[in-house]
Design a protein around this ligand. Structure first.
Ligand code: ADP
Length: 155
C-alpha cells in the first residue's frame, strides 16, 4: 500500500489544501494529513479545532482513505514510522518555491529515503492561504467560496 504524508499547519484547512489532497489521492492509496506543530509559531486555531475541521471537510467532500494526525516532531521521522516514503506539498508562487526548496533540502539531509512530491496550485486556488482567509474574513469579506463548509461554520 502506497502511503503519503501531507504535512502543514492547516490553520485552517482551505479549498487550496483540499485540492492538493484530492489530487494526491489519485496517486496514493492512503494520505495522512499531518498537522505539524511548531512551538515557535502562533496559530489562529488549536490543534483540536484544526483536526476537527479537517475531519469534517474530508467527510463533507466524501474523500476516502484519508487519516488526520498531529506531530510536534520531524515530518520525515513521522513518515518513516508510518511506512510512507513521500511527503506532499503544494506550490503557489515563487516565494513558496524558495521556502519549499529549503525544506526539501533539510528533509533530504535528515533522511534521504523520504522524497517530496509537489503539486502546482490550480489557477482558481492559487491566491488562497490560511492567513489570507483569516485576513479577508476579519475584514468582512465573504470567504464561503474559498473554504469548506466545516471551516466556514467555524469562522
Ligand atoms: P505550512 O505552515 O507548513 O506552510 P500550510 O498549511 O500553510 O502549512 O500549507 C501546507 C502546504 O499546502 C504547503 O506546501 C503549501 O504550499 C500548500 N498550500 C497551501 N495553500 C495552497 C493552495 N491554495 N494551493 C496549493 N498549495 C497550497
Amino acid at each position: 500500500m502506497k502511503v503519503a504524508i501531507y504535512p502543514g499547519s492547516f490553520d485552517p484547512i482551505t479549498n487550496g489544501h483540499l485540492d492538493i489532497l484530492k489530487r494526491s489521492l489519485e496517486i496514493f492509496d492512503k494520505v495522512i494529513v499531518l498537522i505539524a506543530v511548531n512551538p515557535k509559531k502562533k496559530y489562529f486555531f488549536t490543534v483540536e479545532e484544526r483536526k476537527n475541521m479537517i475531519l469534517d471537510s474530508v467527510k463533507e467532500l466524501g474523500l476516502k482513505n484519508v487519516e488526520v494526525d498531529v506531530t510536534d516532531g520531524l515530518t520525515v521521522k513521522y513518515a518513516k514510522e508510518h511506512n510512507a516514503k513521500h511527503l506532499i506539498r503544494g506550490l503557489r508562487a515563487v516565494t513558496d518555491f524558495e521556502y519549499e526548496f529549503q525544506i526539501a533540502s533539510a528533509n533530504e539531509f535528515a533522511d534521504k529515503e523520504i522524497d517530496m512530491i509537489f503539486f502546482m496550485a490550480r489557477n482558481e486556488t492559487t491566491f488562497i492561504s490560511s492567513s489570507t482567509i483569516m485576513e479577508l474574513h476579519r475584514n468582512g469579506v465573504d470567504v464561503s467560496k474559498l473554504v469548506p463548509n466545516a471551516v466556514y461554520k467555524k469562522l
